[in-house]
Design a protein around this ligand. Structure first.
Ligand SMILES: Nc1ncnc2c1ncn2[C@@H]1O[C@H](COP(=O)(O)OP(=O)(O)OP(=O)(O)O)[C@@H](O)[C@H]1O
Ligand SMILES: [Mg+2]
Length: 260
C-alpha cells in the first residue's frame, strides 16, 4: 500500500496512521487487526531443467502471510526457500499453483502490470545487498520511488526519512563501497522500503554479516514489524528467526507438515 495514494483498501483497512516512527502515510487495518492477506501461496510447483535430472525445487508450497505478520521460513539448503521468494517477487513464474500479493493473483498479469504491482507492493532484501555502487547512498534509496513515478524531490525526501529511521542518515552522500556490511544491509532495507511495500521480502538478510551486524539487522526488522510492516524472511539462523511472529519450516519443496 502506498502512502497518500488512492490504493484500494482491504476489508477493515480504514485507519491511516504512521506505523513506522518517522515515516508517514501507510494505511493499516483498523485497530491493527490482520484484516487481509498480504500473501497467499497455494500449491506452487517449480521445476528447473538440469543436465542430469530436472530439479523439483517446489513441490506444492502453501503459505499465507496476513497483513502485519512477520513470518520466518527455515529449512535445509536447497529446499526451495529462495525459489519461493523469487516467485512471490514476480521475478520468475511457477509451473503450477497460485500466488496472490495484496489480493491480486500474479498469474496472467501483463508484464507492465506485474512490474507496477512489484514496485507498489513488494520490497526485496537479498543476502548480498545488490546496491548500485556508482550511486550515493541517498540516490540508492530514492531510486525505486523515482522509478515508480515520484518526483526526485519527493523520493529524496522519503529517502532521507528512511535513512534516518535506519540510522544511516549521516551516510547519505557516501558511496556504498565505503559502508560497513551492516550499514550496507541497512541501506538495502531502506531501499526496499522506498515505495512503502505491502510485503517486505528478505532472503537471509543477516547471512553475510558478523554477529554484531546481524544483531542490528534483527533489531531493525523487529522495529519495522512493531511499526506494522509485513515481513517474509528466509533465514538459517534460529536466533534471527526468533524475532519473527511465526516460524514456517520447509523441506523438499513444501512446508513441513503439509501435503503427502
Ligand atoms: N535457476 C535455477 N536453475 C536450476 N536450478 C535451480 C535454479 N534455482 C534454484 N535451483 C535449484 O533448486 C533447488 C532449490 O534452490 P533454492 O535456491 O530455492 O534453495 P534454498 O532453500 O534457497 O537453499 P539455500 O538455503 O542454500 O539458499 C536447488 O536444488 C537449486 O540448485
Ligand atoms: Mg537460498
Amino acid at each position: 500500500m502506498s502512502g497518500g495514494t488512492s490504493t484500494p483498501a482491504g476489508p477493515g483497512d480504514v485507519t491511516y496512521r504512521c506505523p513506522v516512527e518517522g515515516v508517514k502515510g501507510r494505511r493499516v487495518p483498523a485497530g491493527g487487526q490482520t484484516a487481509f492477506c498480504a500473501l497467499e501461496v497455494t500449491g506452487v510447483r517449480k521445476t528447473f531443467e538440469a543436465e542430469q535430472a530436472p530439479i523439483r525445487a517446489l513441490r506444492g508450497a502453501d503459505l499465507v502471510v496476513r497483513d502485519g505478520e512477520f513470518v520466518a521460513i527455515m529449512g535445509p539448503s536447497g529446499c526451495g526457500k529462495s525459489t519461493l521468494l523469487n516467485l512471490v517477487a514476480g521475478l520468475d513464474v511457477p509451473d503450477d499453483g497460485t500466488i496472490s500479493v495484496a489480493g491480486q493473483p500474479l498469474a496472467g498479469m501483463a508484464e507492465d502490470d506485474l512490474a507496477r504491482m512489484r514496485r507498489r507492493h513488494i520490497g526485496i532484501v537479498f543476502q548480498f545487498f545488490n546496491l548500485l555502487e556508482g550511486m550515493t547512498v541517498l540516490e540508492n534509496v530514492a531510486l525505486p520511488a523515482v522509478i515508480a513515478g515520484r518526483s526526485r524531490r519527493g523520493a529524496e525526501s522519503r529517502g532521507r526519512d528512511l535513512l534516518d529511521l535506519l540510522v544511516v542518515a549521516d551516510k547519505a552522500a557516501s558511496m556504498p563501497p565505503s559502508l560497513s556490511g551492516g550499514q550496507r544491509q541497512r541501506l538495502a532495507i531502506a531501499r526496499a522500503l522506498a515505495n512503502d511495500p505491502t510485503l517486505l521480502l528478505a532472503d537471509e538478510p543477516t547471512g553475510s554479516l558478523d554477529s554484531e551486524g546481524g544483531q542490528e539487522i534483527m533489531e531493525l526488522l523487529r522495529r519495522l514489524h512493531a511499526g506494522g510492516q509485513t515481513i517474509l524472511m528466509v533465514t538459517h539462523n534460529p536466533q534471527v528467526a526468533a524475532v519473527a511472529s511465526r516460524l514456517v519450516s520447509m523441506r523438499d519443496g513444501r512446508m513441513e507438515g503439509s501435503g503427502p
